[in-house]
Design a binder for this molecule. Structure first.
Ligand SMILES: [Zn+2]
Length: 300
């Protein structure tokens, strides 16, 4: 458990619970770096409630891979949770142990009461312009989500099953995936750091923060999001099957407009075209992962 904890602060005061998770995908370590920086500075402040920073997939982080046996952000389904909770079954895959450890934390705090309970799952993407927040529509207007000032993507739960955020929302947390930018970029660390500060300040987790800090972080985030859509809704998804030899065509990035019939990628069966007009979202530019791309549209 020691390696899993990036930081854990409470001064026994009432307030929000904020759980930050970085590296749920082991090759996306920018959220971990940002959370380490935030905890370094948080030592100087009085904390309301409790702030916890966790590393997600320790085994995959050590190998700099998205995952080893299975994706830790697609496994939070009813059936798999039953498997993880069954004492009599052997849990032999590396991700079994990772998921069980995280599940214990979530289930423990699900029973506790705080003014607000937030789980922010920090990710980075393989495509460019990857700063956005994925959240169920019923939390899209929440002040904590709006405090991030980056594009809000709703309805992804219709396409992605078994995500950590969906399980956390079911357990009563306000939970979302906060994507900070491109894998391996220092900009993504900066953006995650600013976003985490904005969340902490908006939630009232820091008793003695100077007023200017909130405005300062907000204006930094606003400036990064300029020109990006404020809210989009997921419309379709291309699933990559095992052995498909999927390869995204060059030149796509998050929120780039595409047209119906436009050739976006190739696989062993030939060209793959966009099923509709819209904006391309999360085009897959890495070998691991089964989400080829999504098409999203501006929300009316
Ligand atoms: Zn990820």
């Amino acid at each position: 458990m020691k390696d899993r904890i990036i930081g854990h602060l409470t001064h026994g005061r009432p307030g929000p619970l904020i759980i930050l998770i970085g590296g749920l995908h082991g090759n996306e370590i920018e959220g971990i770096r940002a959370t380490e920086r935030v905890f370094e500075q948080l030592k100087n402040y009085t904390i309301n409630g409790e702030v916890i920073g966790l590393r997600g997939n320790l085994a995959a982080i050590a190998e700099q891979r998205r995952y080893l046996a299975y994706d830790l952000n697609r496994c939070w389904t009813e059936a798999h949770l039953r498997f993880l909770r069954a004492d009599t079954i052997k849990h032999s895959k590396p991700e079994d142990q990772e998921a069980i450890a995280l599940l214990e934390v979530i289930d423990h705090y699900a029973e506790q009461s705080f003014s607000t309970k937030i789980i922010a799952d920090l990710h980075t993407t393989s495509a460019q312009k990857g700063s956005f927040v994925i959240v169920p529509e019923y939390y899209a207007d929440h002040p904590i989500v709006e405090a991030l000032h980056i594009p809000i993507v709703v309805n992804m739960e219709y396409f992605l099953k078994g995500t950590l955020l969906n399980y956390s929302c079911d357990r009563g947390f306000i939970s979302f995936a906060f994507e900070g930018g491109q894998i391996g970029s220092s900009d993504a660390i900066d953006l995650h750091e600013a976003g985490v500060w904005s969340m902490l300040l908006e939630a009232g987790a820091i008793e003695d923060a100077p007023k200017s800090l909130k405005e300062d972080r907000a204006s930094y985030l606003q400036q990064l999001a300029s020109g990006l859509p404020s809210r989009v809704t997921a419309k379709s998804m291309h699933v990559v099957h095992e052995g498909a030899k999927f390869s995204m065509n060059d030149g796509y990035f998050n929120f780039k407009p595409v047209q119906k019939g436009e050739v976006l990628a190739q696989d062993k069966d030939g060209p793959i075209v966009s099923p509709q007009d819209g904006l391309i979202f999360m085009p897959l530019y890495q070998k691991e992962g089964s989400d080829g791309f999504f098409i999203v549209d501006l929300q009316e």
